[in-house]
Design a protein around this ligand. Structure first.
Ligand code: NAI
Length: 411
């Protein structure tokens, strides 16, 4: 476990008393931070997701993480679960200890610039010290994760070349890629719910792109399967560069660079408690891996799977879930927001519209269960609030954000 540096009480006092001021300017500071850092270190654009930058999600996530760490600066062990979650992502991206001082330097420059006179030398020195302590915790946790991933049978560091052994359509918008290592070696096991990072050099793009995709099949099959939604352009964001490239240009026989599996949104297979898996759209991928693993490892464990999709055309893995539902311990219910006449004939179709607590209570046998969910952020907010309202304790609520973490308690 990470050894945590003890800071001077004065430093702690200055940092904690300035958190609210920095928070007020939070996104302005992190936006400026990224601008400054990328102009001095454009090579870091190979690592950071440019789309999340443009939408401001990365800025919000970084601001939230830094200020949370600063609030707990006198007891950093309280934020270790968050550090581990971010550490998994960093490990899959290949973040290195030497990148932390670069981030620190530019973060302080941005704080100085945005706060102006309020950023006295004393304040900046306290933040520099605090940042170093926070970075030390991240670096140590990440080193442990690198070692763990490399030490596993079939494990590796960094990226490994995988051949697309099979490409298959799962719905109008989702396509699966079955990946086998080019070197013909073994691949490490993973926990259902984990993801891999995929690194791509796309013709015409200056920098490489890295994206995380959940593994959608059970472990132990000799391949990794990712299932990618084609991200079309919307009012909020342009079409996804990577997802469209994968759909349109990556074919069977092509090579992708892939990280070892990572992530802490995982199903606890040592427990026997009932499990409820709730998916929205492409958020089904980690949950299907959990359901498929349960079928192999704990077929007797009571499992309820709620699948929300806009309609049958964009609904993925219908056949796989119907096959799983042949097990009497596995109940499967489908919720379509806009069902077609054909969709209404689906044997597991139970609800039209959006998922809500009232319906959840009619199909989920008991709130005494472990709940896992994943889907678009508005969907996750709905599910999270419903579970809280129902009285499900926080430790039984598990969820995963695709991309930078957000806050489900805020609108
Ligand atoms: N965990 C995450 O951060 C995830 C993010 N996404 C992203 O979200 C976007 C949309 O994903 P799609 O698969 O196209 O989703 P979608 O637009 O097909 O919707 C999936 C389901 O969520 C439901 N839904 C949407 N808003 C809801 C709300 N407020 N309350 C209850 N249910 C709601 C819809 O009715 C539908 O059944 C994509 O950009 C995707 O990458 C998707 C899945 C997981």
């Amino acid at each position: 476990m990470a050894a945590i540096t003890t800071l001077h009480p004065k430093t702690i006092e200055i940092v904690q008393s300035t958190v609210p001021i920095l928070e007020k300017h939070g996104e302005q500071i992190t936006k400026r931070f990224y601008e400054l850092m990328f102009s001095n270190h454009p090579e870091l654009l190979n690592v950071f997701n440019h789309a999340n930058q443009k939408q401001g999600r990365q800025q919000r996530a970084l601001a939230a993480a830094v200020y949370a760490a600063a609030r707990y600066i006198d007891r950093l062990d309280a934020i270790l679960p968050v550090v581990r979650q971010i550490g998994h992502k960093h490990r899959s991206l290949g973040i290195q200890p030497e990148q932390y001082p670069i981030v620190g330097k530019h973060l302080l420059l941005a704080i100085k610039e945005v706060l102006g006179d309020a950023a006295t030398d004393e304040v900046i020195a306290a933040w520099a010290e605090a940042y170093e302590a926070i970075a030390a915790v991240f670096i140590q946790v990440e080193q442990e994760l690198y070692e763990e991933a490399a030490a596993k049978p079939g494990g590796w560091r960094g990226f490994r070349r995988f051949i697309v052994a099979k490409k298959g359509k799962e719905s109008d918008v989702i396509t699966s890629f079955y990946l086998r290592p080019e070197d013909g070696g073994t691949i490490s096991d993973f926990l259902p719910g984990q993801y891999v990072s995929v690194k791509l050099s796309i013709p015409g793009e200056t920098y490489t792109h890295i994206r995380q995709y959940s593994l959608s099949d059970a472990p132990g099959k000799g391949y990794y399967r990712i299932s990618v939604k084609r991200e079309g352009a919307t009012a909020e964001k342009p079409a996804g560069i990577v997802s469209n490239y994968l759909h349109d240009h990556i074919q069977e026989g092509d090579v992708l660079e892939v990280s070892a599996p990572a992530g802490d949104f995982t199903l606890d297979l040592t427990k026997e408690t009932p499990v409820v898996l709730i998916s929205g759209g492409v958020g089904i991928t980690p949950l299907l891996s959990m359901a498929s693993t349960l079928a192999i490892r704990q077929p007797h464990r009571q499992t309820t799977f709620l699948q929300a999709a806009l309609n049958g055309r964009v609904q993925a893995f219908n056949q796989e879930l119907r096959a799983l539902a042949e097990n009497p311990a596995f109940s499967y219910y489908v919720c379509y927001e806009f069902p077609s006449d054909e969709d209404r004939k689906h044997p597991h179709f139970r609800k039209e519209g959006r998922i809500d607590l009232e319906w959840m209570q009619t199909v989920i046998p008991s709130k005494d269960a472990d709940f896992y969910f994943c889907g678009p952020v508005p969907f996750m907010k709905t599910v999270y609030r419903a579970l809280k309202q129902w009285g499900v304790p926080e430790q039984h609520i598990h969820y995963e954000f695709f991309g930078p973490a957000g806050d489900l308690t805020k609108d």
